[in-house]
Design a protein around this ligand. Sequence first.
Ligand code: G3H
Ligand code: 13P
Ligand code: ZN
Length: 333
Amino acid sequence: MVSFKELGLVNTREMFAKAIKGGYAIPAFNFNNMEQLQAIVKACAETKSPVILQVSKGARNYANQTLLRYMAQGAVEYAKELGWEHPQICLHLDHGDSFELCKSCVDFGFSSVMIDASSLPYEENIALTKKVVEYAHKYDVTVEAELGVLAGVEDEVSSAVSHYTKPEEVVDFATRTGCDSLAISIGTSHGAYKFTPEQCTRDPKTGKLVPPPLAFDVLDAIMEKLPGFPIVLHGSSSVPQEYVDMINQYGGKLPDAVGIPEEQLRKAAKSAVCKINIDSDSRLAFTAAVRKVFAEKPGEFDPRKYCGPARDLMEELYKHKIINVLGSDGKAE
Ligand code: G3H
Ligand code: 13P
Ligand code: ZN
């Protein structure tokens, strides 16, 4: 058993309280490899933004959970080396799907876990979430739960259609589970294809897809029922057109990829939404940069020469999100 406190990490409690009061959101960036983590830490150290480093079950399988945890510990030290005196870094399990997985992360130094039992019937979601909360809180680890179903593929959790969170359930759910934050479904979804072309309209000038708006009425109703309670948005990548275009220009094939417009995320960040999850945008930036190098320099075979530009582009993306979308810059001096 190792406590996250020994690793220099923080849980989400204070982060979220400040974010709600301050009208901004904490970035929750997934990481699977060193370049992503370097880019996240550099972006956050430079902007002095608190950050949630997210590890999915898939990331644990890909990169090894021990290595990822030590990387997060290393991230705290790296941040200090970069001149960030008091790094506010949380290590979070993304989409935990069992008590055992959540427990193992708590025992292993994570400062926050998500139990995603949103695909289970309501009472089972409550029972499993409550069990995780009871265990995690013994160690001051914060717990994110989910109510409502996001369309698209989550790690080990998938659904073809989304079911918005029912505002009438949130008080009962939060009270009975004791969760620290609640992921809700208001129209976001995972991946780079968040809406089908049929769900969108087309901009007559550019021919690009314009997605439907998020259900802010549902968010408003939830905030009214649970004033000041931390709300989380998953599936919040914007799928920047410039990366999609770069990928397609250099041999990729991502037709009609579409995400959540940034102005909608900006609006959400000002509300009780205090954690915004972004993974796909980083994958797109990485892929776009690597494809460009491969296309322009077919003789290149030193991974540093294509992972380096990928890292730079991700860093630029993370800074942009922090400063121009979430407003979390300068909140962890
Ligand atoms: O919610 C999904 C995240 O983007 C993690 O994706 O399960 O492929 O690592 P992953
Ligand atoms: P995106 O696929 O929109 O980046 O969402 C990531 C996410 O919700 C991770 O839990
Ligand atoms: Zn998610």
